[in-house]
Design a protein around this ligand. Structure first.
Ligand SMILES: [Zn+2]
Length: 348
């Protein structure tokens, strides 16, 4: 069977690389005149205004779409602009929301997409997957990957530290995601791409092996973590799915998004899930917990406002959300066993 793989073509990661965004857009879009920026008011202040000016210097007509939520509604509005204005290139500037809107709408319309993140809170900046609200719940959609990623570490470092910590936790969750994938291969015959799995683990190790340096939150450590996020994105590009980087720990996070009164950040919740799923897999869960703690990511529900009951309920609900086979599908937890797991790992 032939596997088709699409990767980003240009990746810039380092201080002040935002200055190159006009040049990169022109390089990817030699003749086009119309560019669409999808951002928020905050995203425009942080990076968007500058990118707009740089695009105009390169003779683009720049159209703006400001949005605060990634929903079917905002996706179709962005698609309408792409069609009506004959957009040649779309840019998502901001956190996950604006990037997801630009990624999915441009992918549906067959237009090149540039990802310009202003935070490193999860692995969506470089992945071929967009997370959109449908009927009040988040749903993942496959997309083309970004054609370019511009990760300006000076800008990303100005985002709250908590976001960076959450990004580290999202990368570490690759370990349990791959353990689940192997389980599905062995027990259900699910297709498994060993290279994608190895790349996913390598991205995690990149952070895990350097977690003390990472915890310094310097420009260099931001760059280092972005390398891990890029590696995670590339692993997902190989399979055109989130499988290499999303297992039961992600289902646990999705369950919290649905049931918790005040869900925390995606990466933070995945980090807690990783500690508990690692224990179920017989991995060295204490090492993950220590790494998360050193980086500054939460290791208890309480630290991010999640009650014991919310943690237990999410553990029980997690495998019902998706039929992607994981350790929680192999042995679903009762409320009692979920509580024991959460207590033994110190999450509650
Ligand atoms: Zn994630």
């Amino acid at each position: 069977m032939v596997r088709r793989i699409e990767f980003p073509r240009v990746v810039l990661n380092g201080p002040d690389c935002l200055d190159e965004s006009g040049n990169v857009a022109r390089e990817l879009c030699t003749k086009g005149k119309d560019a669409l920026i999808v951002s928020s008011e905050m995203g425009m202040k942080i990076a968007g205004d500058k990118v707009k000016a740089l695009l105009e210097e390169k003779e683009f007509n720049v159209h703006l779409y400001l949005a605060e939520a990634a929903s079917e509604n905002t996706i179709s509005e962005a698609q309408s602009i792409i069609k009506e204005k004959l957009i040649n290139i779309a840019l998502g500037i901001g956190g996950g929301t604006c990037i997801d809107i630009a990624k999915l709408s441009s992918s549906r319309e067959g237009v090149p997409f540039m990802s310009i993140p202003t935070a490193a809170s999860h692995d969506g900046m470089c992945s071929p997957v967009a997370s959109i609200h449908v009927d009040k719940h988040k749903k993942s959609f496959p997309t083309s990957p970004p054609l370019a990623l511009i990760a300006d570490t000076k800008i990303i470092k100005t985002a709250p530290r908590r976001m960076f910590n959450a990004g580290c936790a999202d990368i570490l969750s690759n370990y349990t995601a791959v353990a689940d994938w192997k389980l599905a291969r062995d027990e259900k015959g699910e297709p498994y791409a060993s290279y994608a799995a190895a790349l996913s683990i390598l991205s995690s190790r990149h952070v895990l092996d350097a977690y003390k340096m990472v915890s310094e939150f310097s420009l260099e450590s931001v760059k280092h973590v972005i390398e891990g996020l890029i590696g995670s994105g590339a692993a997902m590009c190989i399979t055109s799915s989130s499988r290499p980087c999303s297992g039961a720990e992600h289902l646990f996070s999705h369950a919290l998004d649905r049931t918790a009164e005040k869900p925390a950040m995606h990466g933070e919740q995945c980090g807690l899930g990783t500690i508990m799923m690692a224990k179920l897999h017989g991995l060295d869960w204490e090492r993950f917990r220590d790494a998360l703690e050193t980086v500054g990511a939460p290791v208890t529900g309480k630290a991010i406002g999640l009650s014991d009951k919310e943690i237990v309920d999410a553990l029980v609900m997690a495998p019902t959300l998706r039929d992607r086979y994981t350790i929680l599908h192999k042995a679903p937890l009762s409320a009692e066993s979920a509580r024991t797991l959460a207590e033994e790992t110190g999450v509650i």
